[in-house]
Write a protein that binds this ligand. Structure first.
Ligand code: ZN
Length: 112
């Protein structure tokens, strides 16, 4: 089953690829975490969508990062294992709600 997060992520990547103007780049790096959906599923979906189109020639490099959090209450900072459907992430030490400092937004980097 596809989650809303995955749908957004897939749409964002695909739109970015479609919006590349001029000559197609050799590589596109896609940095994402489990907060953006299941990285394997996202990769599979994008590769299926570009198949048979000119975008197929672009080498897509998916880089999975672990989400990083900072707890404003106890100061804990670190990487976490996030379930694909995580909405609210809590501090492993004090169980308070945390700030996500990395891995929240997907990053798409085009390399000529
Ligand atoms: Zn804490």
């Amino acid at each position: 089953m596809i989650t809303m997060h995955e749908f957004d992520t897939i749409e964002k990547i695909y739109t970015s690829l479609l919006n590349i103007g001029g000559r197609l780049p050799e590589r596109v790096y896609i940095r994402l975490s489990k907060l953006n959906g299941n990285p394997d599923f996202v990769k599979f979906a994008i590769e299926s969508m570009v198949k048979g189109t000119p975008l197929e020639k672009i080498k897509l490099e998916f880089i999975e990062v672990k989400p990083k959090i900072r707890c404003p209450t106890c100061g804990y900072e670190g990487e976490i294992e996030a379930p694909a459907h995580a909405r609210f992430i809590r501090c492993p030490l004090c169980n308070d709600t945390v700030d996500i400092i990395d891995g929240k937004e997907i990053e798409i980097l085009v390399r000529e």
